[in-house]
Design a binder for this molecule. Structure first.
Ligand SMILES: [Zn+2]
Length: 364
């Protein structure tokens, strides 16, 4: 590429950084013009272009980029990093284009209004409110668990074929009617990741490609966990960039599924967050409440935990550090451990609107 274009692109990187840091202080502006307008339009086009392709175009794109960067480095070594100025401009131009595409296609969603503001919810809750919410969740989870197993000590077995769970999660989104949340998901742009093994060792169950807006899920993760992961990633696809908000979206959608297995994944997912939060506030109360949970549900939790322990290694630590820093750069200092905000959304949403709105009769 001509040096002049490289210089312009490099300069544009600094301009972009300034623009992003200024605009990020105006969440209302981003919410209105980007997240609820431009982003919805552009993501719809991306889904329409890519949903019918059976493999992840984004994964392929990542693989090509990695090879291309390796090839570039080999070339640089051969040339002994000369001419140095040109190399710096090439690198800056590459970062500049990536930075632009990231923000245009998805990244600005990090700076939109927090979900509790859009939903007019309190960000706080008392331990009494949390306890009451969790007790109710335990009851609902236990009841559904006993319908899905022969005994309360058995874990729920997810005997599903390839793509079956994925289709059920898609149907769940189709059926989910909620006037407070705009969760229309007309194209099933959800794909099994070609990179499931490296993803497992990196400690991730799924991810959204911010450039193509495809959602990928790790097929090696226990099937019990997959529905909430898929629903979480779809939440990201719809512009809920923050981890805790995507978790809330994943939970509310799956908890209201007409399919018992998807609903069980959702209820116990929300239960896990709530119990974790009780533990942080009152460990004694936690152990009393944990005893009320069917042992089979705890076995499903254990199954997921053992899976991750089996694949734990240095890669996971490195990737989680990189991802943690990525979240910090995108103004999410709580990073991966934002438990209480998910619970705040669940508890306060339930108080104001009723979390089990769509399946009131099913969940009773
Ligand atoms: Zn996520």
């Amino acid at each position: 590429m001509k040096l002049r274009i490289l210089k312009i692109l490099s300069f544009f990187l600094f301009i972009q950084i300034i623009i992003v840091s200024v605009i990020s202080s105006f969440p209302g502006f981003i919410e209105h013009y980007y997240s609820q307008n431009f982003f919805l339009m552009i993501s719809k086009l991306q889904h329409l272009q890519l949903f019918w392709i059976p493999f992840s175009v984004g994964d392929l794109f990542y693989v090509v980029i990695v090879f291309w960067v390796i090839k570039w480095f080999i070339f640089l070594f051969k040339r002994k990093f000369k001419p140095f100025r040109l190399i710096i401009y090439q690198a800056l131009a590459f970062v500049s284009v990536t930075y632009f595409l990231f923000h245009a296609f998805w990244g600005f969603n990090y700076y939109r209004n927090p979900l509790h503001v859009n939903l007019n919810l309190d960000p706080d809750y008392t331990t009494e409110e949390l306890t009451e919410f969790t007790c109710d969740l335990i009851q609902k989870s236990n009841l559904l668990h006993s319908q899905l197993t022969a005994h309360d000590t058995l874990a729920v077995d997810y005997d599903f074929r390839k793509n079956e769970l994925q289709n059920l999660v898609f149907e769940t989104y189709q059926e989910f009617q909620n006037e407070n949340l705009n969760l229309r998901y007309p194209y099933e742009n959800l794909k099994s990741s070609m990179l499931s093994l490296p993803l497992t060792y990196a400690g991730f169950s799924g991810y959204v490609n911010p450039f193509t807006n495809e959602a990928q899920y790790n097929t090696l993760v226990p099937k019990y966990k997959q529905p909430t992961t898929m629903a979480h990633e779809i939440g990201h696809q719809m512009g809920y960039a923050k981890e805790n908000e995507a978790n809330f979206i994943g939970a509310i959608v799956t908890m209201n599924s007409k399919n018992e297995f998807i609903r069980y994944s959702g209820l116990t997912f929300a239960l896990k967050y709530s119990l974790n939060d009780i533990y942080l506030r009152d460990p004694e109360l936690f152990s009393i409440m944990k005893d009320d949970v069917n042992p089979g549900i705890l076995k499903n939790y254990m199954e997921v935990q053992l899976f991750w322990e089996k694949h734990r290694g240095p890669t996971e630590f490195i990737m989680k550090t990189i991802y943690g820093n990525y979240l910090k750069v995108n103004k999410q200092p709580d990073g991966l451990k934002s438990y209480s905000y998910v619970v705040a959304l669940l508890v306060n949403y339930n108080k104001k609107y009723n979390l089990y709105q769509s399946t009131q009769t099913i969940n009773q």
